[in-house]
Design a protein around this ligand. Sequence first.
Ligand SMILES: NC(=O)c1ccc[n+]([C@@H]2O[C@H](COP(=O)([O-])OP(=O)(O)OC[C@H]3O[C@@H](n4cnc5c(N)ncnc54)[C@H](O)[C@@H]3O)[C@@H](O)[C@H]2O)c1
Length: 428
Amino acid sequence: MIGTGYVGLVSGACFADLGNNVWCVDKDKKKIDSLNRKKIPIFEPGLEEIVSKNYSAGRLKFTSDLNLAVKNSDIVFICVGTPTSKNKASADLQYVFKAAKEIGKSINKFKIVVTKSTVPVTTGDKIEKIILKKKSKKFFEIVSNPEFLREGEAIRDFRFPDRIVIGSNNNKVVKKLQSLYEPLIKKGAKFFATNRRGAELIKYASNAFLATKISYINELANLCEKTGVNIEDVSLGVGMDQRIGSRFLRPGPAYGGSCFPKDTKAITVTADLYKTNLSIIKSVIKSNEKRKLLLTKRIKKILSNKIKGKKIAFLGVTFKANTDDMRQSTSLTMIPFLNKMGAKIYYYDPSGKKNVFSKLKNVFYCKNIQETCSGVDLVIIHTEWEEFKALDFKKLSKKKKFKIYDMRNLYAPGFLKKLGFSYFSIGR
Ligand SMILES: NC(=O)c1ccc[n+]([C@@H]2O[C@H](COP(=O)([O-])OP(=O)(O)OC[C@H]3O[C@@H](n4cnc5c(N)ncnc54)[C@H](O)[C@@H]3O)[C@@H](O)[C@H]2O)c1
């Protein structure tokens, strides 16, 4: 596995757990050192046990030596990041191409080189060209195997994926990968083989569709707020239609994370290159950007437009629960904005303190929920962590009765109002 981040580490550990010998490579030596001390650099439920078990069994190894790892492997997975390019909306492929170059240099016998990183359609062709500069075609085959796991549920998603997509025109190689995934296929995962470009596009098409679903329900929630309809009822009523499905129909803050924001942008750039206007996805991107502003405006309104001097508590700051990933979280826009307007921010997140807020004056990390909410004017439930789902607000507000803005609709609308709280939620 080249790249030992959320995808590389989880996939590497899980492949090892299936009985394979796995080398996880990362250029970040600190990460490798900590993994070799059995310290997991990310928050992912269940991962520590699997890493520890397979490391001790000698099936899982961590190294910064890509050459050593490639030489000792039959299949090489590229799992490096593909963030949004600086100043552009396209995917930055520098890490993928650099990894490809290094792999090319290290190939000593036939290898299957698989891109697990999310890469724009035709990237496999480019990787092939890079490796061809070092090795002839008989030494390697480039395959696309997009990853669909979700942070926070990554282990389960690896073990019980809805589908495994392999993109290759080489049947022998498809069979080899099918046998690697056989234990998961046996448990019910669908195996779908297509050509390489098809697999690359399937990943972006999936993420863009899910982002669309979120933005769709978020916009409907805005209409519900104006018409006195409960968005939860609309989600249920719509989701019961099997053609639509109930998942990803929960309203909340703007979608964030390491994938949807960058992948929606990247696919529209790719389409533009091919003179195809993906107007629906473009409007989803705009809608999502607007949502951050809209929810921030709502906070201002809840505080009667007086933000200066107010104390605001954030329960959760990550983009979703069960991860420490802050990439593109709405809190990254909201907290600095409110702070700039003169508010004091107190935040708590079960995944710990966040460096991004360390430099902000008057933004404080608190060790627990009680400390976070004590004496504040407003409590914002930003992330749907389990521990925020049954809070004793009466106890928390002993020092001062605060307002509550529940951005995840964790509480029934009448419940906190009955207890005398000013309670606001999304779309109801
Ligand atoms: N995070 C997710 O939930 C998720 C889900 C599905 C797909 N993906 C895709 O998977 C890819 C990886 O995502 P991630 O979240 O795991 O990224 P990440 O940033 O957590 O990890 C990437 C790792 O690759 C390492 N790296 C970069 N260049 C390297 C090189 N040449 N040699 C060795 N190591 C190198 C980095 O140091 C880093 O540790 C991305 O394309 C992403 O879009 C991510």
